[in-house]
Design a protein around this ligand. Structure first.
Ligand SMILES: NC(=O)c1ccc[n+]([C@@H]2O[C@H](COP(=O)([O-])OP(=O)(O)OC[C@H]3O[C@@H](n4cnc5c(N)ncnc54)[C@H](O)[C@@H]3O)[C@@H](O)[C@H]2O)c1
Length: 416
């Protein structure tokens, strides 16, 4: 058993909260996982999982069977509270900017407030706009004035510790990365950061980098914005090359021969629920300064429309074209369709009625009731236009002879 066994309350049992709660439980902590969804709580208590992540089912089963993990609907007292709830953006209208939606963090904070005791540690793991950890402290001071300590001559302070430790795991590798990745630990004060570090030490092998909460919040947003800006550059190049009649894949390969140049690969847009979301939190906080970050978002968001225009113009030469969409996931060799530009493009092609659409996604059996999924061989046989949207392994080895009579639009450079 863990020497510093704690009682830990993890609020939000999704892709981040459930693996974290399970690892903590298997390391000997007593963990209470909280979720607002009754079905999620019931599934976890039966030792099963409601999300797709390799090996997580085995870990959850063992955590629940050991008695160290239970799921509940309402928080209870503990030593440490970890918040891992969603932080999406909201948009009043298409013309308005996207702004962070902190309602999940607010309700999670309200739900733990009655159960806090002096000396508790609260860790915000959700990706958050700068100032969110301070915002939680202010909300707690309102909800629990008994936890506010007034000090003569200095600012009053909460008698609980508060830190932001952003999560940077890659879906598909969450269990390994939770343990191996470096951690940024931003405390509202030094004591909070140190207390959070002690907890992470009980299950993390990566380096622990202590800082203040605001820097930690911005660091996570900047990591994803950096990726977004670099992808936008590649996407912009692909559109420039198309106008100038130059092969973008060859161009990038040649430019990358320069010892200090490393251009990424273009695609049909940017998907997933981090890179396409987090940069907006910076734009919302510093709209005048974040010009490049905003432009990158706009370039990446516009790419699916550009791809659709390319298909439309090629389709004009056919009477009733059959359009084969190869790939729906947001990146190669996974089944995750969340915020996928490939899915957005396929749906839009179906809506537009410019031809018959045959979608092929080797990693998915069905897309709810939306549209059928076809075998690759059927699509290769019947399609007049082949639109490559994801660079899945299955597409790479296709016999080029089968493409001879087809119009090919390859957004990923699979058949460059
Ligand atoms: N999924 C990733 O790969 C990833 C990676 C890094 C960071 N993040 C960040 O981590 C945070 C959580 O993301 P996720 O992917 O785990 O989300 P998720 O949607 O998979 O899970 C969130 C869970 O929180 C629950 N929930 C919502 N409000 C609640 C409340 N008030 N009390 C209790 N439970 C509540 C939901 O029912 C859901 O089960 C987000 O800020 C996200 O940006 C996610």
């Amino acid at each position: 058993m863990n020497k510093q066994r704690q009682k830990i309350v993890v609020v939000g049992l999704g892709y981040i909260g459930l693996p974290t709660a399970s690892i903590l439980a298997t390391r000997g902590h007593s963990v209470v996982g909280v979720d607002v969804k009754e079905s999620t709580v019931a599934t976890i208590n039966s030792g099963k999982i409601h999300i797709v992540e390799p090996d997580l089912d085995v870990l959850v089963r063992s955590a629940v069977n050991s008695g160290n993990l239970k799921a509940v609907l309402v928080p209870e007292e503990g030593d440490t509270f970890i918040l891992a709830v969603p932080t999406p953006f909201t948009q009043k209208s298409c013309a308005d900017d996207k702004i962070p939606d902190l309602s999940f963090i607010d309700s999670a904070t309200r739900s733990i407030a009655p159960h806090l005791r002096e000396g508790n540690l609260i860790i915000l793991e959700s990706t958050s706009p700068v100032g969110t950890t301070e915002h939680i402290a202010e909300l707690l001071a309102e909800l629990r004035p008994d936890l506010v300590q007034s000090r003569a001559g200095s600012r009053s302070q909460l008698s609980v510790h508060l830190a932001h430790c952003p999560e940077r795991v890659l879906p598909g590798h969450i269990l390994r990365e939770l343990v191996d990745n470096d951690r940024i630990i931003g405390g509202l004060n030094r004591a909070s950061a140190e207390k959070a570090r002690d907890l992470y030490k009980s299950f993390c092998n990566g380096g622990m980098h202590l800082t203040d909460a605001r820097t930690a919040e911005l660091a996570k947003l900047v990591e994803n914005s950096s990726r977004d800006v670099n992808i936008a550059f590649a996407n912009e190049l692909s559109m420039i090359c198309d106008r100038l009649g130059i092969n973008v894949w060859e161009l990038i390969e040649l430019a990358n021969r320069h010892p200090r140049v490393n251009i990424l690969q273009p695609g049909p847009g940017v998907g997933g629920h981090c890179i396409a979301v987090d940069p907006w939190f910076i734009v919302a906080a510093a709209p005048k300064e974040a010009r490049l970050i905003r432009a990158a978002r706009e370039v990446n968001d516009s790419k699916p429309h550009w791809v659709l225009e390319r298909v439309r113009s090629k389709a004009e030469r056919f009477k009733n074209p059959v359009i084969g969409c190869l790939g729906l996931a947001f990146k190669a060799n996974i089944d995750d369709l969340r915020e996928s530009p490939a899915l957005e493009i396929t749906r839009e092609l179906i809506r537009s009625g410019i031809g018959r659409v045959m979608a092929c996604e080797p990693n998915v059996e069905e897309v709810r009731d939306d549209f059928p999924i076809y075998d690759l061989s059927q699509v290769l046989r019947d399609a007049d236009i082949l639109l490559v949207l994801v660079d899945h392994e299955e597409f790479k080895g296709i016999d080029r002879e089968l493409l001879k009579e087809k119009v090919v639009i390859d957004t990923r450079g699979v058949w460059r």
